[in-house]
Design a protein around this ligand. Structure first.
Ligand code: USQ
Length: 389
């Protein structure tokens, strides 16, 4: 199978490429190194050192014999996507190339606009490239569980039955995103649903939870690491908590810490995406998967990191609830469904505590790099102060 990965240089894109190579698929990818540049813009860096794309590709060739066809370019530029799709004629395009940080999108108008335009336009470019060049190819698009927000009722996988004034219909579940970034994913989902309705494109829209971890089986086998961000803009909750514990900094649940989200390990994220690749949607199908293993409050995760760190090292870790820079519910109901991937054969492979232990060990090897970032770890991007810059 020919697998094209938009965002192949990223946290998920790179290990997905390694997995697809291992599966014997032909892999191509596009990236413009946006994340590398924007992370530097906030004076941060991946805590785990990663090499250039050129070196990554040579290393893959050396270790596996596989060739990755790489295209450097911005997927918000239509010709970049269209030309690559024309050349590669992929069976599936995995779209991971959007601006992925909620805090980045909330810095101010400039970042909000950039996130809105680039994310939505890139998906539109992909829709048209698929429709006109390879109409039977599968679009596997990374959305987010954050599209749903935290409603006071159960969350279905994409659609639910509604009864209103005596009539029934099966409709998309209402979305209540919590940042400009998360709203771009809602808009993408609407656009993908429309493209499916008009042109019958085969689409998987993945509502993914927060991903954590430093390793996958393919990273272990090849030694080719993926990036790992821990600053307040580009790092995510559990990854940040592990880095904070390792550097002797307080672990920072925002506000009361009752915010509950779906989480899954990097290994499981890659396995779910791989499963969607190998079992594509039916002709003309638009399907939605809620992709996470378990839901936890950020306070539960902070306590788990503290417990594992203290058990593994014999040193103390401190939890400090800090004022919440975001506008979000800090105590709420949360019960999203996630059955479809399990029905397709997905099995959760990693225990959270074991994964935390591995992360802590991996990060301990880079403690000086974490300490060098201590100024950009504590939160300062506040939703309420987002302005015209
Ligand atoms: N949080 C803390 N302390 C921290 C960092 C975050 O309490 O030090 C809290 C936030 O307030 C939030 C929750 O943890 O309630 C999740 O925040 P996050 O930064 O881990 O993740 P989020 O901004 O939601 O975004 C991340 C990825 C995004 C993906 C999303 C999945 O950056 O690309 O779409 O997770 S989800 O959260 O399900 O929407």
């Amino acid at each position: 199978m020919k697998v094209m990965i938009l965002g192949i240089d990223g946290y998920i894109g790179w290990p997905l490429a390694l997995r697809e190579i291992e599966k014997g698929n032909e892999v191509s990818g596009i990236d413009n190194f946006f994340t590398r540049r924007r992370v530097r813009e906030v004076n941060s860096d991946s805590v785990i050192p990663i090499s250039t794309m050129q070196k990554r590709i040579s290393a893959v060739r050396e270790k596996t014999g596989a060739r990755i066809n790489f295209y450097r370019g911005d997927v918000a530029n239509p010709s970049v996507v269209i030309d690559a799709v024309k050349k590669e004629k992929p069976d599936v395009v995995v779209h991971l190339a959007e601006q992925r940080s909620a805090p980045y999108s909330m810095i101010g108008l400039k970042q909000a606009t950039q996130t809105m335009v680039k994310n939505i336009v890139s998906t539109l470019n992909l829709i048209y490239a698929i429709k006109d060049v390879v109409p039977h190819a599968h679009i596997l698009k990374l959305g987010t569980m954050g599209e749903y927000g935290t409603p006071n009722i159960d969350i279905p996988e994409g659609f639910f039955e509604v009864q209103y004034n005596g009539r029934k219909d099966y409709l998309p579940f209402p979305k209540q995103a919590g940042s400009w970034y998360h709203w771009t994913k809602v808009h993408d989902s609407n656009n993908l649903m429309f493209a499916n309705r008009v042109w019958r494109l085969g689409i998987t829209d993945v509502m993914q939870g927060v991903v954590y971890g430093t390793r996958t089986t393919d990273i272990n086998r090849t030694g080719l690491r993926t990036r790992f961000d821990i600053d307040e803009v580009w790092g995510t909750a559990l990854n940040r908590f592990c880095a904070q514990a390792v550097a002797g900094l307080p672990i920072t649940p925002y506000g009361k810490g009752g915010q509950t989200r779906g989480f899954l390990s990097l290994e499981d994220s890659i396995s779910c995406l791989d499963l969607s690749i190998s079992k594509p949607p039916a002709e003309g199908e638009y399907r939605v998967f809620n992709q996470f293993d378990e839901h936890y409050s950020v306070m539960q995760l902070a306590q788990m990191v503290k417990e594992v760190f203290e058990h593994d090292t014999g040193k103390e870790a401190v939890i400090r609830n800090v004022p919440n820079p975001r506008v979000e519910a800090e105590e709420h109901y949360y019960n999203p469904e996630h059955k479809k991937l399990a029905e397709m054969g997905y099995r959760h492979s990693r225990e959270l505590k074991d994964e935390i232990s591995i992360m802590l060990e991996d990060l301990a090897a880079h403690r000086p790099r974490i300490e060098a970032l201590s100024d950009v770890i504590s939160p300062h991007t506040a939703w309420k102060s987002s302005g015209i810059n």
